[in-house]
Ligand binder design. Structure first.
Ligand code: FAD
Ligand code: FES
Length: 255
């Protein structure tokens, strides 16, 4: 798919809690068809320390409104600068980058698992799967009830199962502790979140004939296969997270 470099206009910047916010962006030209799992590289102007673009997943897409949404967690200088961007300001973006989650087989039972800010690509994926006639279910894990975000929007896609580490909402523990994973069998699991969580989910799926895909959040520089700073070791050799991923079948990863 051809890559574009475009100025997008900020339509809204909505704070969800002290370090998470959603940017809604609109472009001058019509959006191309985007796929869940793909990401953008955003340029952050005005600082020597942030001269490299930052990779951010596509959180949601509205073709009628010609908008994309990004769910961003403040992690450092770049994301902090983005948190202060105002309605009407421009952001330069290279997109669409990377591969996407695969389409499950017909009648497959599907579970989307996300933790913390790692839920970002799952909103777009869940809505996309629903629009294609699938019935995805969603398992989300957060540190505590105050960290839960966009619950109602996920619940409009399908059943949502919740865990919090302190038990303040949903079941207590990590996503892999949730009883739904003991009581039900899913054919296809898509997961995004902190690496230990994705490894635990991959461990749960291995040996059970569950197709498990994860979206890796590797450190990146170029975002389109030139600098080789995002290499991941797989059974197929060394692959670039930015062009061969960020979505990988966990059977292929040599973690
Ligand atoms: C394919 C992909 C999709 C992503 N999607 C999202 C998203 O939807 N929302 C979101 O909030 N973040 C996402 N990230 C992570 C995001 O890119 C980093 O948090 C961001 O680049 C940090 O930039 P910074 O200038 O704020 O922090 P920096 O000052 O550059 O770094 C601050 C801290 O964040 C860590 N960090 C830097 N880059 C990354 C990275 N790429 N992945 C993980 N940790 C990193 C650094 O090691 C450091 O500890 C994604 C990363 C990738 C590779
Ligand atoms: S980020 Fe440059 S090759 Fe992947």
């Amino acid at each position: 798919m051809a890559k574009r470099m475009e100025d997008f206009t900020v339509k809204a910047n909505r704070s969800l809690n002290h370090d998470l916010f959603v940017l809604e962006l609109t472009g001058n030209s019509y959006l191309p068809v985007l796929k869940p799992g793909q990401f953008i590289q955003v340029r952050i102007d005005g600082s020597q320390e942030t001269f490299l673009r930052r990779p951010i997943s596509i959180h949601d897409v509205d073709y009628d409104q010609n908008t994309i949404k990004l769910l961003i967690q403040i992690a450092g200088k770049g994301t902090e600068a983005l948190s202060g961007i105002k309605e009407g300001e421009k952001l330069n973006i290279i997109y669409p980058l990377g591969n996407s989650f695969s389409l499950p087989s017909e009648n497959a039972t599907i579970l989307l698992i996300g933790g913390g800010c790692g839920v970002a690509p799952l909103m777009f994926l869940g809505k996309y799967l629903k629009s294609k006639g699938y019935k995805p279910e969603i398992l989300l894990g957060f540190r505590n009830s105050e960290r839960i975000i966009e619950y109602d929007e996920y619940a409009s896609i399908g059943p949502v199962y919740l865990t919090t580490e302190d038990g303040s909402k949903g079941e207590k523990g990590f996503v892999t502790d949730h009883t739904v994973l003991q009581q039900r069998r899913f054919d296809h699991i898509c997961c995004c979140g902190p690496e230990p969580m994705m490894k635990a989910v991959a461990g749960y799926c291995s040996g059970k004939d569950i197709l498990c895909e994860v979206s890796l959040e590797h450190l990146m520089a170029c975002g389109f296969g030139v600098c080789l700073c995002c290499v991941v070791t797989t059974v197929k050799g060394n692959l670039c997270t930015c062009t061969d991923g960020p979505v990988f079948n966990t059977k292929e990863l040599k973690w």
